[in-house]
Write a protein that binds this ligand. Structure first.
Ligand code: AMP
Ligand code: ZN
Length: 306
């Protein structure tokens, strides 16, 4: 039976898998959701272990300057979130407090801070790497994970405003990055298949803003720079649960990243949408995780988790 995304959301909330907060795309996660998500992330850790990536974590905010340098506000102004705070005096604080209490407009009493909300887990990597000096001759492989923010409110539970992404990011010469990239679509398919998710692969594009954005998106598809693996979670269109992005030397130019000979370097990332994978598991195997197939529960380590 095909159910719509909003019907699926209702069912998830009825079963206390997700909890609504009153804002579309912002949910509390119940125990069974969280166990499925953590189980899948654990499976990823195991399956990626032979790659010996450098483990790195950043908080879910990035310096505003890095967001600007990456050009995010040109490409995705409609998705960006930036943090504002209060720096006024006591009288202004009283005005702010009472306006807020009445749910009035208190935006004029706040000023922009030095931070934005992280839009994709790999964004903090590029300025961090540039600060380390030239990239080693054999390249780098980095493991990152973060809550990410995108302002795309929706009643589709798979289109969240705040969601988790686990990534591996490869940085190196064009041939190193292409060699790493070429294996990942099948590898991703295999990991997802092991938990009962048979996915389809398709070329894709990022949701660039406006008319120029449509050209950028067409270009991205034509060059095969983005591939997605999708699963039919709800409704009639499969939802991407994993993306494989080849950035070419884009971040090298933005952040002045160089190889050992001073040449621009290439980068690519594989990103798993952890919340979407958890949703796909409930869609595929039912809302009662105790009844999921034994092999799926086994691969997710559900019988071992508290
Ligand atoms: P992207 O950077 O757009 O390729 O996103 C990487 C992965 O994050 C995608 O493959 C999705 O699985 C996941 N993702 C992207 N946008 C959302 C969203 N709004 N809600 C939940 N997951 C998302
Ligand atoms: Zn990435």
């Amino acid at each position: 039976m095909v159910i719509s995304p909003s019907e699926f959301l209702r069912a998830l909330c009825d079963h206390k898998i997700l909890f609504e907060t009153g804002v579309d795309g912002i949910y509390g996660r119940g125990g069974s959701f969280e166990r499925a998500l953590l189980g899948f992330e654990g499976l990823l850790t195991t399956r990626m272990a032979p790659d010996h990536a450098d483990l790195l974590r950043f908080p879910p905010v990035i310096p505003r300057r890095d967001m600007e340098t990456a050009g995010y506000l040109s490409s995705f102004p409609h998705l960006a979130g930036s943090v504002f705070s209060f720096t006024g005096d006591e009288a202004e604080a009283r005005t702010l407090g009472s306006l807020a209490k009445e749910h009035g407009d208190w935006s004029a009493l706040q000023t922009q801070t030095e931070v934005c909300l992280t839009p994709a887990a790999c964004y903090p990597i590029y300025p961090w790497l540039a600060a380390q000096g030239a990239v080693a001759a054999d390249g780098r492989l980095i493991d990152v994970s973060s809550f990410c923010f995108r302002h795309e409110p929706s009643d589709d539970p798979a289109r969240m405003q705040s969601f988790r992404m686990r990534e591996h990011v490869k940085i190196g010469t064009q041939s190193q990055v292409e060699a790493w990239h070429s294996g990942w679509s099948e590898r991703g398919a295999d990991i997802l298949r092991s938990v009962g998710l048979e996915t389809t692969e398709a070329p894709a594009s990022d949701p660039f803003f406006g008319r120029t954005g449509r050209m950028l998106a067409a270009n991205q598809v034509a060059q095969g720079f983005k591939l997605e693996r999708s699963y039919l979670i709800a409704g009639s269109r499969p939802t991407p649960v994993m993306s494989l992005n080849y950035h070419h030397d884009h971040f090298s130019h933005d952040f002045d990243l160089k190889g050992p000979g001073g040449e621009p370097i290439h980068s690519a990332c594989v990103a798993f949408g952890l919340d979407r994978v958890a949703l796909a598991l409930f869609s595929a195997h039912g809302l009662d995780d105790t009844k999921w197939p034994a092999d799926v529960r086994g691969h997710l380590g559900l019988d071992e988790l508290p």
